[in-house]
Design a protein around this ligand. Structure first.
Ligand SMILES: [Zn+2]
Ligand SMILES: [Zn+2]
Length: 251
């Protein structure tokens, strides 16, 4: 991954989505203002908990099996066209600066400032991390941390096993697919929130942990990560993602 400064020198100042030249005012951007405006925001009415558009009838099935501590999940925009290209650039393009543009679109998801909070990116499995060289959720979490002025806890949450790719799975099989895939490694990490060691801090009812991922599909990954946190005593967990993929035939 290139450092932001080197990246700025090497790359022409053009939008990564539409390739229009960026004006000097937007030279620090990776996506131009026109393309950013085209991202279609996820809006209510939605399930208050998982942020999915309201089901046609009956209660929401998507979040029914989630662990109790996972209180709300929101996504900024729908995963379509330009937003999909932006996620692709974050994931495979090695453009760390694009995370600033994605994080800016997530401004409405900042947790309320009524208590201490920390961001935790969804970790990649070790093998995938080696292949890609960086974790896109961590890059996004770092950008959010800077914009929201909230600490980010790196390496606290780990993947304990490789999970097969989720793309072709139904919501139920996705949940089974990631079961037990995460663990919290905070015992000896020495991290502190204020003057409390992180292990005690996350048990505080006021303490909000915000899980960060690039894309929400069924929420199975966030739910499983939240389960690992809940088992360690976390009481209040939220999830934020840049994009949300529409699930075909799921209402
Ligand atoms: Zn553009
Ligand atoms: Zn729901």
């Amino acid at each position: 991954m290139l450092s932001a400064a080197v990246e700025q020198l090497l790359l022409p100042a053009e939008c990564v989505v539409c390739h229009a030249l960026l004006t000097p005012r937007d030279a620090h951007r990776v996506v131009c203002p026109v393309c950013r405006k085209r991202w279609r925001a996820v809006r209510p009415p939605w399930c208050n908990r998982c942020g999915q558009p309201e089901p046609n009838f009956g209660p929401c099935r998507l979040c029914a099996a989630w662990p109790g501590a996972l209180q709300s999940v929101r996504s900024a925009v729908w995963l379509e066209e330009g937003a999909r290209q932006a996620v692709h650039a974050l994931k495979y393009g090695g453009l760390p600066r694009i995370a600033d543009d994605l994080a800016a679109a997530m401004g409405g998801q900042r947790p309320p400032a009524d208590g201490p909070s920390a961001l935790i990116p969804i970790p990649l499995a070790a093998k995938r991390l080696r292949e890609r060289g960086y974790n896109q959720s961590e890059v996004l979490a770092r950008a959010l941390a800077q914009q929201w002025r909230i600490p980010v806890l790196l390496d606290a949450l780990v993947r304990t096993r490789e999970t097969p790719t989720q793309t072709a799975l139904t919501p139920d099989t996705r949940l089974a697919n990631v079961a037990g895939a995460f663990a919290l490694r905070i015992d000896d990490c020495g991290l502190r929130i204020g003057n409390l060691p992180i292990k005690s801090a996350i048990r505080n009812e006021q303490f909000a942990i915000v899980l960060v991922d690039d894309v929400f599909t069924t929420g199975a990954t966030l739910a499983e990560a939240a389960r690992a946190l809940e088992q360690t005593g976390a009481r209040r967990i939220q999830g934020v993602t840049f994009a949300r993929a529409a699930i075909p035939d799921f209402t």
